[in-house]
Design a protein around this ligand. Sequence first.
Ligand code: PEP
Ligand code: MG
Length: 583
Amino acid sequence: MTFSIHGLAVARGIAIGRAVLVASSRVDVAHYFIQPDQVKQEIDRLSKARDAVVDELQRLQKDMPKDAPHELTALLDVHLMLLQDEELASGVRLWIEERFYNAEWALTSQLEIIVRQFDEMEDPYLRERKADMEQVAERVLHGLKGTGSLVTQARRPPRPQQELQLGDTMDVPLVLVAHDLSPADMLQFKQSVFTGFVTDVGGKTSHTAIVARSLDIPAVVGARSASQLVKQDDWVIIDGDAGVVIVDPSPIILADYGFKQRQGDLERERLSRLRHTPAVSLDGEKIELLANIEMPEDTKAAITAGAVGVGLFRSEFLFMGRQGNLPGEDEQYEAYRKAVDGMKGLPVTIRTVDVGADKPLDEARHDAAHLNPALGLRAIRWSLADPSMFLTQLRAILRAAAHGQVNLLIPMLAHGSEIRQTIALVEQARLELDRRCTAYGPVHLGAMIEIPAAALSLRLFLKHFDFLSIGTNDLIQYTLAIDRADESVAHLYDPLHPAVLRLVADTISECIAQGKAVSVCGEMAGDVTMTRLLLGLGLRSFSMHPSQILSVKQQVLRSDTAKLALWASQVLDSDDPASLMPS
Ligand code: PEP
Ligand code: MG
């Protein structure tokens, strides 16, 4: 039966495919397709891993001291029984034989089905066996590690959408459905087989949503109970424009969305013709359209989209999901240099690490003891709390600046003392490189304006910095006291709130008055419904995901900034700015 689930639209477009349900903790399990002639080999690999776990448990059972608690032996019995459970074995085999999933993926797919059956059991004792089943599967997954085939992450070309039939079982695109995904998990999807995704939690500007936007695949977040309502292998349509997920669509609905999907493809193709067109408004104002990137490889997409530089390299993605092994100076230098080289002489703005809040370094270091992580040891506060780590990053960035135009951007500053400490550490990093006789280059130093306190003390910031970059995602979060990652308050997250607009407008006009460069690098910069207002407020530099650049350029080409300035001042003075925005 067809039904729909409503969430928040975060990444444009339509994806149609079969649902793959993945528990957040299993996201880093490899997902790839095997070749039909590898089926037997993959089943053998799985059987070997399972047999090894059976052997291990039987050995443990044999060596158990006589006085061991009875519960322990009983637990081993349960685990052995579950391991040899026919439903698990035959289910996993089917995913391999019929869908050509690799063993790990097949095992986790079947596990999701069985776990759900456990959840539905009335008997509390049986319900609790779910944890045993998960432990057993984890052991087998562990046993499979390092025994995979060489074709990991191979991407099978999906069949053209118009050929999709509801009865299809093979060769169809897959969409991922999960309760939650961390930004680090999302990065794994860059080369994955999924063509869209849905999560239960998350806000529009949560970092998970931001990374989804950078992947440029249709996505819906904040869909509440989607991961419980959607079943493994259900047909699903993700409407990333409307924030709707349609489950088990009828053939008519499927055909309708297939049509919309093709329209979207055509629109993209049309926009791609603007790639080499300079971003100049109708009244001749040159507008700078820059790219936000997470990894050095993203510079390819930036160049393809016609970006004239990188306005925000979120360097923290180099630090995440590494189980505490932070990248050293050389590793960081190589990454920054790669980004600089990738931009072929265009400027690259590298932001120093901004971990904390919804960007934990890794699960182990995610300190739940901090009750308000967004207000805690985040971004520059984290860097200043560990000067040696910060100096390592600063040296790496300064070294990369020897290879091209680099701007150094500092996140989340609020206090004069933080500004002074930061500048002193940049100077110290230079001195250390001098002492080592290591080459480095000049950098422009910039601050992010993302805390209201910063937007209200611009004189202080402009005294010390060459440029400012407005981080509207956090500026909105902190001005309105709305957790940007919490879907339950997403309706209150309002870029058009008069207070937000006032802080953005004042920052732009103060920079213009003092002849300093200013840009917006929050999601507002890539939102086409905001382009004209920002132009009217005097903004001439926008930084956004490469996938948004051409749509924003189209708006720029159709705008007369002189006319927009008049209208923007009315919007700014209004108590209800939304009422003055074009519908
Ligand atoms: C912002 O806050 O607007 C910003 C660009 O930084 P991030 O989204 O990484 O917090
Ligand atoms: Mg921010």
